[in-house]
Design a protein. Sequence first.
Length: 364
Amino acid sequence: MTDYVDAFRDPAAARALAARVRAAAAALPPGRVARLMEVCGTHTMAIGRAGLRRLLPDTVDLVSGPGCPVCVTSPGYVDAAVGLARRGVTVATFGDLLHVPGSETSLAGARAEGGRVEICHSPERALEIARAEPGREVVFLAVGFETTAAPVVSLAPMARAAGVRNLSMLVAFKRIPPALDALARDPDVRIDGFLCPAHVSAIIGADAYEPFVAAHRLPCVIAGFEPLDILGGVESLLRQVAAGQARVENQYARVVRPGGNRLAQRRLDECLEPADADWRGIGALPGSGWRLRPEWAEFDAERRHGIAVKPGRESPGCRCGDVLRGKRKPTECPLFRRGCDPSRPVGPCMVSSEGACAAWFRYG
């Protein structure tokens, strides 16, 4: 039986939809180039894998934004994690963060020096490690957007219920809506519409973008990850831009609900409270992150180990910050393919499986 997903990858349907995209672009004012930003690393990879940019007319500029959680993590956070590993703490992390450079080295470098760095495919693995080694401190690197924040922060109530006292989290969660607001206000970044992140939207809901659209009069379309999903989202954005309209459209209704995932939202509210956060390439944004609530302070690695995440140093010549803001395309970085590639990454955008530079390197 044919998988239903195949219908979203049909080449003939894609060609027909691409023609509709070109027709929508033709309705733009003469000389106008619509700059549309996808704010999801999975979208970035899907666009490259399917070769969708080659189907778009020259009047449509599809740019990548800060949709990769590893990429927007500051080098100072990596420095803090490396410092913990060097102190004998077992650092547990998702694999994407292993090779992200800090000011001096990466977690991979710290592991080569003898530090304990464990790769986890789920947060529960960190709990298993802590249980297996009750005499050793374990710190899980809690990095991610709304998508992963709820399951990761669930480690705190799980550990408390299990009586595990040697597990904590170094929290660097980020919230997407404040980042969209910062991009809309940035005079150096002109974006005409946003292809909103599908994974994040499944948690926060389509309604979460209404205040942003009302404040900035910029269209937002939520789309899935298949080629027809993305082309349909681009067409909808172009039609809104050409008509001078701005509204939220949910084209991923098979997954995303208006109010989002209430269970995940309750867990976030139970364990976390809003906090300022530092975004690579964007800077410090008020209320754009989370920290553990005081009642869960025993699981806060910064408090537990007496450390603080301080500003770090970017790699010289790396333009990941500009790529994350949509100011440059990956190929406009002087290091792209010239000293920076997936085997020797200089910046996080070349490291992550959701990084824009990695997508452009792999798919052209």
